[in-house]
Design a protein. Sequence first.
Length: 212
Amino acid sequence: MTTTLIQTPQPVLLRNVSWQTYESLLKDLEEQAGIRLTYDRGLLQIMSPLDPHESYKKLLGRFVETLTEELNINIRSLGSRTSKREDLQRGFEPDQCYYIQNEPIVRQLEQIDLNQYPPPDLIIEIDITSSSINQFDLYADFGVPEVWRYDGRRLRFYQLEGKQYVERNTSPTFPFLSPSEIVRFLEQQKTVGETAMIRLFREWVRSQIGEE
């Protein structure tokens, strides 16, 4: 039986949902694009991101990919892959995620089991439509080292310390990069377009790392 959900702009929160029901929904909805599930110990949030959300997640992802290309850093890009652990009774689908420091560990794995391997090194979260579940609690429980959060106006970088995220002025992974630089290029995209904006960003990165 295939489950079909009607897309709505606001999150839907269901209570007292079992882990087995969550996993069944993940399986039923794996072919249905545009539905995002978050599970937190019996709470199930269902979201259907709108165009601004999807646009910003792709743009921020392109910044990461441009940075790693110019710095010659291997990454594994996993988009909104489902991250779940039954022992934690938690699961989420980030907007974008990347293995960077731990890329060699997961490079040859077809499917990454988070019970055996580390979580993604960097998660991008677009927070235009507020979540009913505290995403940071989930990311911290999984041990995600770095999170970028963008609310449509302001970008913030966070680093995990213990079980709490601390806001940083620059990215822990890319120390020369500040949130304000990313936002500056996002604003340029509105006038010059996405391709031209990425080209300008690439030139800026090269200037920062001393490459002509």
